[in-house]
Design a protein around this ligand. Structure first.
Ligand code: GDP
Length: 295
């Protein structure tokens, strides 16, 4: 499962602290050394680790903790709060327009964008919205078909114009189509590449400025750790994303992406993908994630 080895390492580090009636600075220093190593091993960005450990140490060294009756527990509580803060504090909600809302999904090929488009559509329909899926990836031969299959599976309409029309025109036309069909949320599945390239970014920027989506959501594969963080940074720099969706959290990801992305990009993680099925979507709850990591 995700975070298993990080959870194990942290729990090991805190077991020692919990067992002690009183703590001194060197006990805390030693525990912080272990926390630092555990986070680095989980592929958390080194700058993020540095700030995190510094914040926790400062709070843990305070007299409130050292003089408390349960100092070990106090330290764990601080780590829990700081981990929660690191992942954004509280749940980040989606923003909707008063008329038709556009959401644009962006990300590298294979990150899970098309699957996520379907999951989001299903999630929104359960909340009484009327979503429309839009096939704006005209480059990968099977992409349009794949979205159509997803749409059929969950009974959500899919707007496609083939692969001879520019993605900007497809996106624009889809808004018009949604209006006609009474759909209120348009989910645009854009093209991904194996690597970030300028042409891709330029196209995504054009789609964004032509439909003005309420959310530009970057879909990243949590299994790719620090790479996911780099991808997020560069998409955010060019596209000013509004949030991140972390996929494949059902795998044995070490946790680096989940713990670094918010801090590095300043953008919240809004959802996580926890499997290949259309129901395998969770709202991202930083506090629950922190508690899961701390066991
Ligand atoms: P795209 O190229 O970004 O559109 O990616 P796809 O949606 O085609 O997904 C790539 C692969 O990842 C597919 O085999 C999906 O079934 C799989 N996938 C997507 N999301 C998840 C997830 O949350 N968990 C798991 N285990 N697999 C996923």
């Amino acid at each position: 499962m995700a975070f298993d080895s990080l959870a194990e390492r942290l729990q090991e580090a805190f077991k020692k602290l919990r067992g002690k009636g009183k703590l001194n600075e060197s006990d805390i220093k030693e525990a912080m050394r272990e926390v630092r190593l555990a986070l680095l091993e989980a592929d958390v960005n080194f700058k993020v680790v540095k700030t995190f450990v510094k914040n926790v140490s400062e709070k843990a060294m305070g007299s409130e903790v050292l003089e408390s009756l349960t100092p070990g527990q106090q330290v764990v509580k601080i780590v829990n709060e700081e981990l929660t803060a690191l992942m954004g504090g509280s749940e980040a909600k989606l923003n909707f327009d008063s008329s038709i809302t556009a959401f644009m999904l962006v990300g590298l090929q294979g990150a899970g964008k098309t699957t996520m488009a379907g999951k989001l559509a299903l999630y929104l329909r359960k909340r009484n919205r009327k979503p429309l899926l839009v096939a704006a990836d005209i480059y990968r031969p099977a992409a349009i078909k794949q979205l159509q299959i997803v749409g059929k599976q969950i009974d959500i309409p899919v707007f496609a114009m083939g692969d001879n029309v520019s993605p900007v025109d497809i996106a624009k036309a889809s808004m018009e189509y949604a209006r006609k069909e009474g759909c209120d949320v348009v989910i645009i599945d854009t093209a991904g590449r194996l690597h970030i390239d300028e042409a891709l970014m330029e196209e995504l920027k054009n789609i964004k400025s032509s439909v003005r989506p309420m959310e530009t959501l970057l879909v990243v594969d949590s299994m790719t750790g620090q790479d996911a963080v780099n991808v997020a940074e560069s998409f955010n720099n060019t596209l000013d994303i509004t949030g991140v969706i972390l996929t494949k959290l059902d795998g044995d990801t070490r946790g680096g992406a989940a713990l670094s992305i918010r801090e590095v990009t300043g953008k919240p993680i809004k959802f996580s993908g926890i499997g290949e099925k259309m129901n395998d979507l969770e709202v991202f709850h930083p506090e629950r994630m922190a508690s899961r990591i701390l066991g």
